[in-house]
Design a protein around this ligand. Structure first.
Ligand code: ZN
Length: 434
């Protein structure tokens, strides 16, 4: 029999099926069988009620965001804004307390008191007291310093707390809603440190709500060390006392040596001298010189190595200045003094790729049709991550830009995606009682 076109086509089909790897067939079967757990969660009557509540509360949430943003809250001066958050939570069904770090804490007890899921948003901003904070509105668009970082996070926190309360959600683990202090700059994550210390043995997951974006999830904590270096000496007249060791010269010699230290691309490691100060006039030998330096790395070992290099090169700079001075070799020579002051330490940490917390977030993203990428950043999540406690930092929803500038803006379009994403993630980890 001569092969017809039909025969050939049939043969082709058979060969193609045979060539198909087994795994792809299996994957096909799995996708059909494996339902998204977030879907079942969202169908639970009380969860559905909480999700609806979020949709209905968008106007209220925006109002809270505006009011909170207009209350000044520089790092270390979060008190007034903390009091406002406390008032909102109290008015919405929560017994609240504050702790020695100035955090505001509201608990919603679960059937198990011993396991805790912490949702937290930082109160503080990088803007000094006196910065005009009036929120300009134009439809869905808002602009003001701190409107997103962390106005969007705080608004999400109180919105979620309210939705959980109004829907009478009963979780297995205890939910804690906290507005925390000291996230920015020299606050050194003091609020989150205190929260983690308070709940240490009970924390099963931490969700830091920071900014707006739903396009990322921070699962890797970037480590950093911020150090102030102060050199001091006797000072003197620029002409009459020439040859007296000069702290600015010594610091310059030290900095020049430090800048020759190599840092690896992988693990990525960086440094920045962001401030140099010292002296009092052009014709005086200064009695002090100061610099602030920021060291960052994906690796704790590299951070350690870089800090040692900093201490070594500054000491070498002083040695070189002493050797060049007129006092060189004299027994009564006053050596320049160096002090190293830590302005902040953020430890390195990373969420396990197979963490149930990350899985819960992925499920929520799939259900909401949201795509997000993993990110490494320096956030409140660093503290729990460094201790091996599952933690992520995610945005409160909406879009934003210009963080840490006076031109910061926020667009509330799509905010509900961010809110539901946080709620579904937290509830998947905390568990729902029927
Ligand atoms: Zn922030």
């Amino acid at each position: 029999m001569r092969p017809t076109l039909l025969h050939l086509l049939l043969l082709c089909c058979i060969l193609m099926v045979m060539a198909m790897p087994l795994s792809s067939l299996r994957a096909g079967v799995l996708t059909v069988a494996e339902a998204n757990p977030a879907e079942a969660l969202a169908r639970h009557p009380r969860v559905a009620k909480a999700l609806e509540n979020l949709d209905r509360s968008l106007g209220w949430i925006t109002e809270q965001q505006t009011q909170l943003t207009e209350i000044s809250a520089p790092t270390f001066q979060e008190h007034a804004r903390a009091a406002a958050v406390q008032k909102i939570l109290s008015a919405n069904g929560y017994k609240t307390r504050s702790d020695s770090a100035g955090n505001v804490i509201a608990e919603r007890p679960g059937s198990s008191r011993k396991d805790v899921v912490l949702l937290s948003a930082h109160l503080d901003t990088v803007f000094p007291a006196g910065t005009p904070l009036h929120v300009h509105k134009d439809g869905h668009n808002f602009s003001a310093p701190g409107i997103a970082d962390n106005g969007a996070g705080l608004a999400a926190l109180v919105g979620l707390a309210r939705a959980v309360h109004e829907a009478k959600l009963q979780t297995r683990m205890t939910l804690i809603f906290a507005a925390n202090t000291g996230e920015e700059g020299e606050g050194n994550l003091r609020g989150m440190r205190k929260l983690v210390e308070s709940y240490r043995g009970r924390l099963r997951a931490v969700i830091a709500i920071d900014g707006a974006s739903v396009e990322h999830v921070t699962t890797m904590g970037l480590g950093s060390r911020r150090i102030e270096v102060i050199l001091s000496g006797p000072g003197g007249h620029s002409w009459a006392d020439f040859g007296t060791p000069n702290p600015i010269h010594a610091l310059s010699r030290g900095i020049a040596r430090f800048l020759d230290v190599r840092v690896p691309d992988n693990p990525r490691t960086t440094y920045n001298i962001g401030l140099v100060e010292g002296g009092s006039s052009v014709n005086s030998i200064p009695d002090h010189a100061l610099m602030k330096i920021d060291l960052r790395s994906e690796s704790e070992a590299e951070l350690e190595r870089l800090e040692s290099a900093l201490r070594r090169t500054i000491a070498e700079g002083i040695d070189a200045e002493m050797a060049a001075s007129r006092l060189a070799g004299r027994a009564d020579a006053t050596r320049l003094d160096a002090k190293f002051k830590s302005l902040g330490v953020r430890p390195v940490g990373e969420l396990a790729a197979d963490s149930p917390l990350l899985e819960a977030l992925r499920d929520a993203d799939r259900l909401l049709g949201n795509q997000s990428r993993l990110e490494r950043s320096s956030t409140d999540a660093n503290i729990p991550l460094a201790l091996g406690i599952p933690a992520i930092a995610i945005g409160g929803g909406g879009r934003a830009g210009g963080a840490h500038t006076l031109a910061e803006w926020y667009d509330s379009t799509g905010r509900e995606i961010g809110l539901k994403r946080i709620l579904l993630t937290a509830l998947a980890v905390a568990g729902i009682e029927d």
